[in-house]
Design a protein. Structure first.
Lengths: 478, 1034
């Protein structure tokens, strides 16, 4: 029996994943970028009516639609959306294949008898995806390559048999075919625009001028040669449960069984070359609702020892609501391992291994928002020269504190958030240090700083505002 | 109370690029205002701002000291001050050494270069006040080393800038001074003239380190103390003794820039002659050549007058230098011609430097050299643009790199660059920076800017935008870096580095001096301008082509003068490609002014320029010329001055003559008047001329009211008066190029194509124009073409040859590949593409270029077939190189007309087949657009629609917001005027579309057509991917 491949083309995916998180999709555009140049990738229909086209430089697009709201393309979200759709398709076919960035292929020939005619399947797919928030278009053909070609060529339709394929596809533009860009350019330079013109050329001549890959592809489209496809593996969530031999009331005693589950989880990740950034520990009780302990990692990983340490910290502070009968570990958010490696190269060096662990421990003990770091900011204005940062946020944004170069006059350790006015000029011990800076954020200061003495041995840091001619207390030397 | 005296000895100006936030003149004026005794300008390893400072200080009671700040490789920071001329020379040589040893814009100096001690130089040492204590001994060592070298002329400079550690610094340096036995002095590390430049200084720092101001942190100065501080305040900061020391140091620095004297090179005079006798000898030879029948009395008198003045001013070597350069060029067959005020000189005419007979033109020698001005004359010579390098290399060879260098050009911040960099420093993101830079292309009035900003979605009232605008307006005009002048050479008898520092330019093997042409002029230094002129290349190439095709060699002198056919062509504005009078503005004036003789061309060149158009000189002249207004003169004496321009003052020389004839000026004084006229808008300073002119005229019987009117006219004239001498030189080239276009259109066009890029028109327009003159243009063909375009006999037209396009027309084609093709073809014709590629050793890129431009048609068939063929070319090893591949022929579909058109445009920028508009004509008809030919047949005042490719978009600064478009279709070109309102309303269409349709009203007068646009349409949908880029001057 011939295969029947359904190509699901999520033709507006990059826009759909962005809009999903927004209240309104009006005037939304998604942009792509390389270096400093940015251009429109896709845009809401309203913008299209204003003349905004894909590939248009952002600056020119702004000129046409100043009110446009632009978001960068969310490649990660697109990838996981595609994954989600593939998972959904697994319900109708056991042979599903992903074609990033925006296609999912499903072999439905085998399911036809089960699910009814193709039209009905297509209908179900469209509606299912619509519920998920994705727009889609469908094409079906007896070879996967042909189905994709039809979709890329914008010929969303259906061909059921192999024999008429060459005729039906003859006018398909080769620009829509999966031919390497370099070959595609050569072909178009020879004036070849349709698949038919390409097929009409003498095969030895083609072979001499192009890679075997091109000929193979043509055969795959026509179904003369099978296409090696990577079939989607649906089981991407981890869930493993362990029934405890007896009820456990003490956290420490939970550690060992958890370690067994963790080993299982980490093996699962290694086998699929994935990493994760969170998972759940579910504690089952005999007589009450089960309790869930969410676990988060500061950065995605799969190091068993490290994760175990984290669990230990977390459990230590966790009050068991009731004795535990059953333990399970659930994880379902994963990342491909390479993505993380790339990340590492770009933003962090490996030398920081120790600190993240400490931070993870602190955070898991005190909660994410309780751990601060004091960061020094290079600014001549004393009240702007430091700030508390929630550590997790800061690490996420990839900042790093820089060492200041030039030495400065003495600074007290204790600096007031808000300088307070002084009624009169205090007794000055040394100074002045003149600071005039900060015009760029509207908080320009013009001050002369002095060390003043209030009682013997007690030194204050005070300044005179040169514009107002008034005295302020800025800090206290301890 | 009296404040202590002070001299600032450490001061950086804007010529320490992106450090100093004030111009040299601002610093000088402020120092004077504050009652400083002296100011040392000590830009970092540079004297580039020195002459400007010197000019500003010339008339002020402030001593200006020449100096420089240096940071050596090991971090040692010094200020050197010139005590006397020897010191100045030493500093120049040191800077030269440091600059020549480093990349452009950098310098590299070590302690060795300060040993042995530089003569006549005072040294201020700036020890790092933040030196860690463990290096204290090293500091003392350095101090002792300096004292041993510069005993009695080295100080430790104490710079107290209210960092909060002033006391500690003073104590530390006092101790250091005692330990090394060096005296202390005060200094201010000045970076700006007033505290108010703090924000600009911070911004410059941010730009320099490539960060935003916010991120710059401690790279910014903590306060604004680095300005010229009032002596009152200094008294409260420094011990009095330290302030007094500054004055003592300043008093030791006696060197002033006026002492510089410059000597012309001497080697040009043969043994046994003096410069004077040799110049006379050359001039006499020239007289015989120029006037074979002997000179008239007038000529003789003029020449004697000139020679006398030249001798008196010792300018002979200058004339001999320029003569030598011109002689060299002639000997190499390089066309050249003097331009500018030199054309006023009969001696230059005799020496062959210029081609205009100044006596015939009644020009004024004093415009060129005047005793009163006491400035060196300025001879500018144009050379063929593609061969000027030979001339430059000749000068370097002859005088050596140590004696000849190119003058600098100070590149300053323009509005666009200032906006871009300030916006970046203020933290605008890349896209906003782009948008801002696009919005603010020129510095309009505040109101216009506000309007344009809000149009582009910026809030002009927001503090960030206000800050941006303030900083940008301050930064505009500030120097950014030094670049090389277009061709101004300074040549000296002695090494130049003794006169002015020399540094590396961006081009390899080029060196520039640190002064620009105004600096040179101010100091009276000789400069020879070797300029590049594309038209000279084209004319020389044209002569060569004619010689090759007709076997008759032409020269400029052989071009028959005053040919009526040439003037008829000019009056029709049939002037695409010729010199000067080819532009849109010129073309629209030609049919009205109807030039009929050489002198009309001189006026045409001078009058159709932004200045006279703005000054409303064009229309009075035009009306008088057309006889619509009577020609009148205020007096018989002035008739002689203004007769040649019908009573309308057009030339600078006429104003000078007016002052001489009507107000009793000497010629030298008249020249001073001319110079003040050019400058008064910026500097003022015409007042004393006002009294003299009006007084002088009344004495000579003109009534007061008339005299006042004349004076007002002179004031207005200042900004746009054009030198007649310059126009006269240019008009010669105008005539020659017109004659060639008129009589040898094929050769002329061919020469223009081979001289690209140059001129106003693209190759596409040149080719279309020549085809409209019935010249056949043949495509690039690998079996016939050479690198250059060439002439071949045209069987269809015996009188004119056809133009065969050369490989140079194919985008991406390389000259060496073209040469290999020609060589291989000369051995034997190519059998097929395989043979071509193999024997001419063409790489893939060159093969593609040939296929793209359809040059393989004779060998391989149409473009698609050709590309199929080259894709199949095999690279055989040497032994198999005569092999042949047998394969079944593939039948590829041939390209359609539109496909060919697109390919032609992509490969060479034009097509020899049907014009794109001809292909679209039916569709255009459906949209009711007329062809340009039909437009021209319509009556003036008619409303109509036409369409065409936009080949030019121009918004001259003079035309108050008017945009000029040129449309082109298969029949002709048409100029379109878009008024400001419409331009603002339809900005996107105006700037964005390649194919535009326009509804408008036709204006037709005196053979000039204009369409006044009322509505614009973007017809780009008709041409798809055809990108025809206009030459945008917006």
């Amino acid at each position: 029996m011939t295969e029947q491949w359904l190509c699901i083309h999520l033709h507006r995916l990059s826009l759909d994943v962005v809009v999903r998180g927004l209240e309104s999709s009006e005037a939304v555009a998604v942009c792509a970028s390389r270096g400093s140049s940015r251009w429109i990738h896709d845009r809401a229909d309203g913008l299209a009516r204003q003349g905004i086209k894909p590939q248009m430089a952002l600056a020119s697009a702004y000129a046409l639609a100043p009110g446009m709201r632009v978001y960068p393309r969310q490649l990660m979200a697109e990838a996981s959306a595609l994954e989600q759709v593939a998972g959904w398709c697994y319900g109708i076919s056991s042979r599903v294949s992903l074609f990033p960035p925006d296609m999912v292929l499903a072999e439905v020939g085998a399911s036809l008898s089960l699910l009814g005619p193709l039209e009905r399947i297509a209908q179900a797919v469209r509606q299912g995806l619509k519920r998920l928030g994705y727009r889609s278009r469908l094409a079906a053909a007896p070879s996967a390559a042909a189905a994709r070609l039809m979709a890329r060529a914008g010929r969303y339709g259906r061909i059921t048999r192999l024999q008429p394929l060459p005729r039906v596809l003859s006018t398909a533009p080769i620009a829509a075919a999966e031919i390497p860009a370099r070959d595609l350019e050569s072909l178009s330079r020879m004036g070849l625009t349709t698949l038919q013109e390409l097929l009409d050329l003498p095969r030895p001549g083609l072979q001499r001028r192009f890679d075997q890959q091109l000929l193979d592809y043509l055969d795959q489209v026509l179904g003369l040669q099978p296409e090696p496809l990577r079939i989607y593996q649906p089981d991407q969530a981890f869930h493993s449960t362990l029934e405890l031999p007896c009820e456990v009331e003490n956290q420490e005693a939970l550690l060992f069984p958890i370690q067994r589950l963790l080993t299982e989880l980490c093996d699962f990740l290694v086998a699929r070359d994935l990493i994760m950034d969170r998972f759940h520990i579910v504690l089952g009780h005999s007589h009450s609702e089960h309790s869930v302990i969410p676990m988060g990692l500061l950065e995605p990983g799969r190091n068993e020892q490290r994760i175990l340490e984290l669990v230990r910290e977390r459990l230590h502070h966790f009050q068991l609501a009731a004795p535990v009968r059953e333990l399970s570990l659930k994880a379902q958010h994963f990342f491909p391992c390479q993505a993380r490696c790339q990340d590492l190269f770009e933003t962090r060096s490996r030398g920081m291994d120790q600190l993240p662990r400490l931070v993870e421990r602190l955070c898991s003990r005190l909660g994410d928002t309780s751990v601060f770091t004091l960061s020094e900011i290079e600014d001549h204005r004393p009240e702007k020269a430091w700030q508390p940062d929630i550590l997790k946020q800061r690490q996420a944004s990839g900042q790093s504190s820089s060492k200041s170069g030039s030495p400065m006059a003495s600074r007290p350790l204790w600096i007031l958030d808000q300088p307070t006015t002084l009624p009169s000029c205090p007794t000055l011990v040394s100074g002045p240090e003149r600071i005039e800076s900060g015009w760029w954020d509207g908080e320009d200061v013009c001050r002369d700083y002095y060390v003043a003495e209030c009682r013997p041995g007690e030194h204050l840091w005070v300044y005179r505002d040169r514009r107002e001619d008034r005295w302020y207390l800025q800090g206290i030397f301890s | 109370m009296r404040y202590p005296e002070y001299a600032e000895l450490h001061c950086l100006s804007a010529f320490s690029f992106l450090r100093g936030a004030s111009q040299p003149a601002e610093l000088v004026r402020q120092a004077c205002e504050l009652g400083y005794r002296a100011l040392a300008l000590t830009d970092e390893c540079s004297l580039a701002g020195m002459v400007r400072a010197w000019e500003a200080a010339r008339d002020l009671p402030l001593e200006l000291i020449t100096g420089t700040q240096l940071v050596l490789e090991d971090g040692l920071k010094l200020v050197l001050l010139a005590e006397n001329h020897a010191g100045y020379t030493a500093i120049c040589e040191l800077i030269t050494m440091g600059r020549r040893n480093a990349e452009k814009g950098q310098y590299r100096l070590t302690r060795e270069q300060l040993e042995p001690a530089l003569p006549g130089t005072l040294v201020l040492w700036l020890p790092d006040p933040d030196q860690p204590p463990e290096q204290a001994e090293a500091l003392v060592e350095t101090g002792r080393w300096l004292r041993q070298l510069y005993d009695g002329r080295c100080w430790i400079a104490v710079e107290l800038l209210r960092s909060g550690r002033d006391d500690a610094i003073l104590t530390g340096l006092t101790q250091l001074a005692q330990r090394c036995g060096l005296p202390l002095t005060a200094a201010g590390d000045v970076h700006m003239h007033r505290r108010g430049r703090r924000a600009l200084q911070d911004t410059m720092t941010a730009i320099r380190i490539g960060k935003t101001v916010r991120e710059s942190g401690h790279a910014l100065f903590p306060n604004g103390e680095r300005h010229l501080r009032a002596r009152q305040h200094l008294a409260g900061i420094y011990p009095l003794e330290l302030l007094a020391e500054t004055v003592r140091i300043a008093e030791r620095c006696r060197f002033r820039l006026d002492e510089l004297h410059y000597e012309y090179p001497e080697e040009l005079v043969p043994r046994g002659e003096t410069p004077t006798t040799y110049l006379r000898q050359l001039t006499e030879q020239g007289i015989q050549r120029r006037w074979p029948e002997g000179p008239t009395d007038e000529v003789r008198k003029q020449i004697e007058h000139e020679l006398e003045l030249i001798e008196e001013m010792d300018y002979e070597p200058y004339f001999l230098t320029v003569y030598d350069v011109v002689r060299f060029a002639r000997s190499q067959g390089i066309l050249c011609q003097g331009r500018g005020s030199a054309a006023n000189s009969a001696v230059c005419f005799c020496l062959g430097i210029t081609e205009v007979d100044p006596i015939r033109m009644s020009m004024l020698f004093e415009r060129f050299i005047s005793k009163e001005r006491n400035e060196p004359p300025d001879i500018d010579v144009d050379f063929e643009h593609q061969r000027r390098e030979e001339v430059i290399q000749y000068i370097y060879d002859k005088y050596g790199r140590h004696r000849a260098a190119i003058a600098a050009t100070v590149i300053t911040y323009r509005s666009r660059s200032a906006v871009r960099e300030v916006a970046k420093a203020l933290g605008f993101d890349a896209e906003q920076v782009d948008r801002l830079a696009r919005t603010i292309t020129r510095w309009d009035t505040a109101e216009v800017l506000r309007e344009r900003l809000s149009e582009r979605g910026f809030d002009p009232a927001s503090p960030t935008i206000c800050r941006l605008m303030t900083l940008v307006s301050e930064l505009i005009g500030f120097p950014r870096h030094l670049s090389q002048h277009v061709g101004g050479f300074v040549i000296s008898q002695h090494p130049l580095s003794q006169l002015v520092p020399v540094e590396n330019a961006a081009m390899p093997d080029r060196t520039i001096i640190q002064w620009d042409k105004d600096d040179l002029e101010a100091l009276g230094l000789l400069k020879v301008d070797c300029l590049a002129l594309g038209m000279l290349s084209a004319i020389r190439r044209c002569f060569d082509l004619i010689a090759g095709f007709r076997g008759r060699r032409f020269s400029m002198a052989d071009v028959p003068p005053e040919d009526p056919a040439v003037y008829q062509m000019i009056q029709r504005a049939d002037t695409v490609g010729v010199f000067q009078i080819e532009s849109r503005a010129q073309m629209s004036m030609l049919p009205r002014l109807k030039p009929a003789c050489y002198y009309d061309l001189v006026i045409e060149v001078a009058i159709v320029r932004p200045g006279p158009i703005q000054g409303k000189m064009v229309h009075p002249y035009l009306r008088r010329r057309q006889g619509k207004e009577p020609v009148s003169y205020p007096s018989e004496a002035l008739r002689k001055v203004f007769e040649r321009t019908l009573g309308v003052p057009i030339f600078q020389e006429q104003v000078m003559q007016l002052a001489i004839v009507a107000a009793g000026f000497t010629p030298g004084e008249a020249d001073q008047l001319r110079r003040s006229m050019a400058a008064w808008k910026r500097h003022g300073g015409l007042e004393h001329f006002e009294r003299r002119i009006i007084g002088g005229m009344r004495e000579r019987g003109y009534d007061e009211e008339f005299a006042r009117r004349v004076f007002e006219q002179i004031k207005g004239f200042g900004s746009y008066g054009f030198p007649e001498s310059h126009a006269a030189s240019f008009a010669l080239l105008v005539y020659v190029s017109c004659w060639l276009k008129c009589h040898e259109p094929a050769a002329f066009c061919c020469a223009l194509l081979n001289s690209q890029p140059m001129g106003f028109y693209s190759p596409s327009q040149l080719v279309q124009d020549v085809r409209r003159h019935d010249v056949t243009v043949l495509p690039v063909d690998v079996t016939v073409s050479t690198w250059d375009c060439a002439l071949e006999p045209d069987p269809g037209r015996p009188s004119q040859p056809a133009i065969r396009l050369g490989f140079r027309m194919a985008r991406g084609m390389r000259e060496d590949a073209a040469e290999r093709i020609v060589q291989a073809r000369d051995q034997r014709p190519f059998r097929d593409v395989q043979d071509l590629v193999q024997r001419a050793e063409l790489d893939r890129r060159q093969q593609n270029c040939l296929a793209d431009v359809n040059a393989l048609e004779t060998l391989a068939g149409h473009r698609y077939q050709a590309r199929w063929e080259i894709a199949g070319v095999e690279h055989f090893p040497e032994v198999l190189k005569h092999s042949h591949i047998n394969e079944a022929p593939a039948q590829l579909r041939g390209p359609g007309e539109v496909e060919n058109l697109l390919a032609d445009y992509a490969a060479q920028g034009f097509t020899l087949n049907r014009h794109p508009m001809a292909i679209l004509r039916d569709k255009l008809k459906q949209r009711r657009a007329l062809s340009i030919e039909q437009v021209r047949a319509a009556p003036s005042g008619q409303r109509l629609r036409t369409a065409g490719l936009v080949t030019l978009r121009q918004r001259p600064g003079t035309a108050s917001g008017v945009t000029f478009l040129t449309l082109e279709d298969e029949t002709a070109m048409l100029n379109v005027i878009v008024w400001r309102d419409l331009a603002e309303k339809q900005r996107a269409v105006l700037l964005g579309s390649d194919l535009m349709a326009i509804d408008g009203v036709l204006e037709h007068q005196d053979g000039v057509w204009h369409l006044i646009a009322e509505r614009l349409y973007d017809y780009d949908d008709l041409i798809g991917e055809l990108h025809i880029k206009a030459r945008d001057f917006c």
